[in-house]
Write a protein that binds this ligand. Structure first.
Ligand code: S3P
Length: 657
């Protein structure tokens, strides 16, 4: 799966990039309502920000840079978004701009003193326009350069408070220091540091957090920002939770792996899940990874508290519904902050789970949840809180439950396509990223086992379309060689998610097009052959290929050949065959294909080459070559090609009956 761009990083890109003195382009921002509120607020403040939506890839913002340009104090509607309101407070204070911050009823009920008080201590002129310590809040504005330095010791770990103070300090160019009892997410620090701001912090440390901005030797300009926002781990958590409840393995591509965000992975491990993490190149100072999460036979209860809480804060609603299905009593402590999120999450979770028949104890700072089996049935009032609605959505889809969840649209603030993304995880759904319509025959096997000619003939005989996954790997390799980046894996990985590469229908199956070109015979060049194996081990490349193959499978009846078709690409294929042959025979077939005489020495060399390739294919960490448990193995060593095809047609006839 892929998930929308990380909400926290997207907010920061939307709010900070326009303040740079040079141009910025940021892609892949979350297209949820929260981030749109941040973009809109900056536009209202006269920042030069253009925002466009790229089909399936989130928002792209382009900022000319140059900061804010405000004539009369605008009213800024932050909607449901606490991050928008609190980070903007720091920006307004630091730049001395007059404006009024406001939000929806949920945001109006959330505490604002935690940001306003330190900003007032720096000398910002701010007043509460309505209820004390709540939105709406009026910033009076003042000449820049008139704020005071601040040393802030926070009582709760809050990335929003920390960010507001840092932004105020940076924009007003006064020294600020923030310490917090446990480190909260450090996206603001990483982004500002990447834009040239002198910050002292310890990226990704655990325990108490501390950050210092000292403008002494800084000339004061923020450099433009260029990055693609990685996927949101908090959104991914819901799909992973659904997969675990359904007993399924899930792979999530390109997700933000900031240590301040991924505490839930260790909680899932405590519950018995297996988590494989594949690192991808860092961008904009933010680590990113692909995750494969395997379900345990039985989910176990967990116990969390202390320093871990800020690193799982947004995932607690999901963890609570998993706890309801785990064996034993789970415990959540030190999480009083949940009472002042989009809803009082401790109260709402306790009440809702209780109504469904789960035994829950609510304490001032946490919950104890006794897991239970059996059907859960009832109504869920999400209180307009996106994470509550999505958590119970997961329970409804993948657990043994029958829930009616009101106001599902509130998921839009962070994950507009959530309910569609959840579909494949619904009980009884067969997986894949979207339901397929066509039938699929998966043909896997080692190098030179006769996959291509067999798959092509089977497709022709059945009137199916032949799809060769190798074409896509070769096309990407050809393109990387053409751009001169074939040896530079980070560049390939960075570029490939946005690369225009796809299968295009041709007379006999599919051809492939990459960056607007059809490489044709170029795909068979010896340079491509030499590099393709290495390129095809890159996780980002595999993700792109997997997605294109599945798309073909949704539109056509296909015979798809490769090395991980039955295991990774189409685990639910109607028929899977795994071709094998003795390595000497495979070497002989390969040499015969070249239609030139060959010696015993040539044969030995070819055997060694195929052996090496087999070892590489079988031992690579990602989608290694192996037979799917439900694939039928055909040893073709002493079979003619025609007999192999006939054998598969017979299997297809009974599989499709
Ligand atoms: C966020 C910080 C956290 C988190 C929120 C997003 C951020 O809030 O719960 O969803 O992007 O800075 P606090 O700073 O209030 O802990």
């Amino acid at each position: 799966m892929r998930v929308p761009g990380d909400k926290s990083i997207s907010h920061r890109a939307a709010l900070i990039a326009p303040l740079a003195s040079s141009a910025s382009v940021v892609r892949g921002l979350s297209d949820g309502a929260d981030v749109r509120a941040s973009v809109r607020a900056m536009q209202r403040l006269g920042a030069a920000v253009e925002c466009e939506e790229e089909e399936g890839r989130g928002l792209t913002i382009r900022c000319a840079g140059g900061g804010l340009d405000v004539t009369s104090a605008p009213r800024l509607d932050c909607g449901n978004s606490g991050t928008t309101a609190r980070l903007l407070a720091g920006i307004l204070a630091g730049s001395g701009v007059a404006a009024v911050l406001d939000g929806d009823p949920s945001l109006r009920s959330r505490p604002m003193r935690r940001v306003i008080y330190p900003l007032q201590a720096m000398g910002a002129r701010v007043e509460y326009d309505g209820e004390p310590e709540r939105l709406p809040v009026r910033f009076r504005g003042r000449a820049t350069g008139t704020l005071r330095t601040l040393r802030h010791r926070g009582r709760v770990a809050s990335a929003q408070v920390k960010s507001a103070i840092l932004l105020a300090g940076v924009l007003a160019r006064v020294r600020v220091e923030v310490s917090e009892p446990a480190l909260s997410r450090d996206h603001t620090e990483r982004m500002l540091a990447g834009m040239g701001v002198p910050l002292a912090f310890d990226a990704g440390r655990t325990g108490a957090g501390e950050v210092r901005f000292d403008p002494s030797d800084w000339e004061g300009a923020l450099e433009g920002l260029r990055m693609t926002v990685p996927g949101d781990p908090s959104s991914a958590a819901f799909l992973i939770g659904a997969a675990l409840l359904g007993g399924r393995t899930v792979r999530v591509a390109d997700v933000a792996a900031n240590p301040g965000r991924i505490g839930f992975l260790s909680v899932l491990e405590e519950m018995g899940a297996g988590v494989d993490r594949d690192p991808a190149p860092t961008e904009g100072g933010e680590p990113r990874e692909a995750w494969t999460v395997h379900p345990p036979d039985d989910l176990r209860a967990f116990s969390i508290g202390g320093d871990l809480i800020p690193r799982v804060i947004d995932e607690i609603p999901l963890l609570a519904v998993l706890a309801a299905r785990a064996r034993g009593r789970s415990e959540i402590r030190d999480a009083a902050e949940l009472r002042v999120k989009e809803s009082d999450r401790l109260a709402v979770l306790a009440r809702t789970l209780g109504k469904l028949g789960v035994v829950v104890e609510e304490r001032p700072d946490g919950l104890t949840i006794q897991g239970r089996a059996g059907r859960l049935r009832g109504d869920v009032d999400a209180h307009g809180d996106h994470r509550i609605a999505m958590a119970f959505g997961v329970l409804d889809a993948a657990g043994d439950a029958d829930l009616r969840i009101d106001d599902q649209a509130c998921a839009d603030v962070s994950y507009p396509d959530f309910w569609d993304a959840l579909e494949p995880f619904r009980r009884g759904s067969r997986g894949g990223s979207l339901p397929r319509t066509g039938r699929v025959i998966a043909v896997d096997g080692p190098a030179a086992s006769g996959k291509s000619s067999t798959a092509r003939s089977v497709a022709r005989r059945l009137g199916f379309v032949h799809v060769n996954s190798g074409l896509l790997y070769r096309a990407i390799t050809w393109w990387a060689l053409d751009r001169g980046i074939a040896e530079d894996e980070p560049s390939i990985e960075a570029a490939v998610p946005g690369l225009d590469v796809d299968l295009v229908p041709a007379d006999d199956g599919f051809d492939v097009s990459v960056a607007g070109t059809r490489p044709g015979r170029g795909l068979e060049s010896s340079e491509v052959t030499a590099r393709v194996s290495a390129v095809s081990t890159l996780p980002a490349v595999r993700d792109v290929v997997l997605e294109r193959l599945r798309r073909a499978g949704r539109r056509h009846e296909i015979v798809c050949e490769g090395r991980d078709i039955g295991t990774a690409v189409f685990p639910d294929a109607e028929l899977k065959v795994f071709l094998v042959a003795d390595v000497g025979e495979r070497a002989r077939r390969r040499l015969r294909q070249r239609a030139a005489p060959f010696t015993e020495d040539d044969l030995e060399r070819e055997v060694r080459r195929i052996d090496a390739r087999d070892r590489l294919d079988r031992s690579r960490p990602l989608s290694p070559l192996r037979r799917a448990p439900d694939a039928i193995e055909i040893d073709t060593t002493s079979m003619s090609p025609g007999r192999v095809v006939d054998a598969i047609l017979e299997l297809a006839a009974s599989a499709f009956r």
